[in-house]
Design a protein around this ligand. Structure first.
Ligand code: CMC
Length: 393
């Protein structure tokens, strides 16, 4: 089998070739299928970007209409899902509820489980894009103890999601177009990021020929970790703590630099981006727009800006090439819209879904795909003889 290379965290090991997303960490470049992220976030819709990631090309007008209609008409869940959601404890984390829900799609939609049947894969992909936002909204509603609404297919995917999350049965709910557009842009910015932890989890599970729903549920599990998707919630908790304690931002930054209690400036630094994170620049603009639109004065935005200003002039951060990442300002936007902190990572999951689906499909079609099976370097005991119970000390 040849020599085994020790590479914890896969810092230097490529597990696949991929034609989906290009990142240049030194130059701060991110492109989906060749298109710069800034152009897509400016001009595209989330479902258009999903089409691009999954199919490789931007859709024509007709293709986009057909695709959007297919997704928007599948947002309803089997009625038994509601009972399943209602049975979870009220304080269950919405990421855990979402993961369980996506896993359960394999039980309700058994006509779209075959990874090698193109039509079934198309159907399971459309079902995921349509039903994950509904499930995400339900995960939020059960935590609030509020009624679960039925989707309204006259609305766009994002408007529907906002209505399912924030609307009430007795009241007409109309999503603010500025907020709906901001949500759309944030989802686009999160839609793919090549072989990150959750995407690698999706590919690894899929490499065993497990179905798409099950593979995506593994990705949701990986994304729930604070070192990955959970960072957006960690930023908010950090800002809340500094505010609550009335701490001077400079004092907090001194603590970060001295690594007191192991604290880090959450929302700063990235494994790949060592110049700047192109998504972060865009997010700051969205934050300004949303807060202005809602007339929200959030002192946490001022605080975040102050922390950024200090960091960008400080040798500690400059030497280590630490810049704000995508998560630094997203939480402030989500809070202003009305999402509780636990929902932040769920929003990341909705955004990352097209990327997971595209990467899973690429893996299924790739003739080089083999079951993912890393090697190890054994450090345990050498062979020894079984010890009878009576002789054990
Ligand atoms: N605050 C203070 N110091 C930091 C930070 C930070 N946020 N990030 C890195 N450092 C220091 C670190 O202590 C180390 O210093 P030294 O070389 O003196 O020991 C140096 O910078 C390099 O850090 P690293 O941990 O070796 O870098 P990494 O590439 O393994 O980690 C990271 C990347 C994102 C995990 C890390 O920067 C971090 O923990 N950031 C805060 C959490 C965060 O915002 N995560 C979201 C990532 S983007 C969304 C996603 O992908 O899910």
């Amino acid at each position: 089998t040849g020599a085994v290379t020790f590479d914890p965290g896969f810092m230097n090991t490529a597990n696949t070739t991929s034609a989906i997303t290009y990142i240049d960490g030194d130059e701060g470049v991110l492109r989906y299928r060749g298109y710069p992220i800034e152009q897509l976030a400016e001009k595209s819709t989330f479902l258009e970007v999903a089409y691009l990631l999954i199919n490789g090309e931007l859709p024509t007008q007709g293709q986009l209409e057909n695709w959007t209609t297919q997704v928007e008409h599948r947002s309803m869940l089997d009625e038994r899902f509601k009972r399943m959601f209602e049975a979870y404890p009220r304080d269950a984390h919405p990421m855990a509820v979402l993961q369980a829900g996506v896993s359960a799609l394999s039980t309700f939609y058994q006509d779209s489980l075959d990874p090698f049947d193109e039509e079934q894969v198309r159907l399971s992909s459309v079902r995921l894009l349509a039903k994950v936002p509904t499930m995400a909204a339900y995960a939020h509603r059960i935590a609030q103890g509020h009624a679960l609404l039925y989707p309204d297919n006259r609305l766009s995917l994002i408007e529907n999601f906002l209505r399912l999350t924030f609307g009430f049965p007795v009241q007409e709910y109309v999503a603010d177009p500025v907020i709906a557009r901001a949500m759309e842009q944030l989802l686009i910015l999160h839609a793919d990021h090549e072989q990150n932890c959750s995407t690698s989890a999706v590919r690894l599970v899929g490499s065993a020929q497990a179905n798409l729903f099950t593979s995506i549920s593994a990705g949701i599990g990986a994304l729930s970790g604070p070192a990955h998707g959970g960072a957006n919630a960690a930023v908010m908790e950090m800002l809340d703590t500094i505010s609550a304690e009335g701490m001077d931002p400079k004092v907090f930054m001194e603590k970060v630099k001295k690594r007191e209690d192991g604290i880090r400036l959450m929302g700063f630094g990235h494994r790949v981006y060592k110049n700047y994170d192109p998504r972060a620049k865009f997010v700051k603009t969205i934050a300004d727009d949303v807060l202005e639109r809602l007339g929200v004065q959030d002192e946490r935005l001022e605080l975040a800006m102050k922390l950024e200003e200090i960091a960008l002039k400080d040798d500690y951060f400059i030497e280590r090439k630490l810049y704000p990442n995508v998560d630094f300002y997203t939480g402030i936007i989500y809070k202003a819209i009305g999402f509780p902190t636990e929902m932040f990572t769920v929003l990341f999951a909705i955004g990352r879904l097209p990327g997971w689906i595209a990467q899973w499909q690429e893996m299924v079609h790739d003739p080089d795909t083999k079951i993912g099976r890393p090697r190890q370097i054994y450090t345990g005991e050498p062979r020894r003889e079984y010890v009878d119970m009576a002789a054990r000390t």
